[in-house]
Design a binder for this molecule. Structure first.
Ligand code: GAR
Length: 191
């Protein structure tokens, strides 16, 4: 699992695993690109190895991506799940794990995806557009932000009076259900 921040999706997945609801899925390693990511502490509480691959400390994007790739290959990772991970993966990582990198996005892709579309920016855009519904999407990651094949989606209504915060909370609740289920199904299909 790759994270950059709070890690509430990570926690939902770890909770599902602890409850025996993640099927063949097993979280073997959590990596954050930021040392202060609260998700690291969540991983440790579930006794899952957690590492920082610090983009800032590594100095260059190349060094960062190389360290990420080593961490993933050394740990014999089969599937990479992005959960609020806000860096773009280098093509060499996408190639190495082609078709086995998943991401969750807090909108109904292909709407409201792409560079700069994350977190509250997504919900602000949905509200500004006056959409009656939003939702969340789990998809396979390719070389572009938020573009690969969609695996699963849940819709939620946008209610009168919603702001980015209230909409985010409604969407996040569904993310926490959708992502563990999508990972479970995805892992079932692996040979
Ligand atoms: C989630 O809402 C996730 O969908 C979003 O960041 C949040 C992370 O929360 N991801 C993106 O916007 C990716 N484009 P979390 O750290 O509490 O799981």
């Amino acid at each position: 699992m790759l994270i950059s921040g709070g890690g509430s999706n990570l926690e939902a997945i770890l909770r599902a695993q602890a409850a025996g609801e993640l099927g063949r899925g097993q979280v073997g390693l959590v990596i954050s690109n930021k040392p202060e990511a609260a998700g690291l502490e969540r991983a440790r509480r579930y006794n899952v190895p957690a590492r920082v691959v610090d983009r800032k400390a590594l100095g260059s994007e190349n060094a960062f991506q190389a360290a990420l790739l080593s961490a993933l290959t050394d740990s014999k990772t089969d599937v990479v799940c992005l959960a609020g991970f806000l860096r773009k993966l280098a093509p060499v990582i996408i190639q190495k794990f082609r078709g086995r990198i998943l991401n969750i996005h807090p909108a109904l892709l292909p709407k409201y995806g792409g560079a700069g579309m994350y977190g509250h920016f997504v919900h602000e855009a949905v509200i500004a557009a006056g959409d009656a519904e939003s939702g969340c999407t789990v998809h396979v990651v390719d070389e572009e932000f938020d573009r690969g094949p969609v695996l699963a989606q849940v819709r939620v209504p946008v209610l009168p009076g919603d702001n980015a915060e209230t909409l985010a909370a409604r969407v996040l609740e569904q993310e926490h259900r959708l992502y563990p289920q999508a990972i479970t199904r995805f892992c079932e299909g692996l040979s």
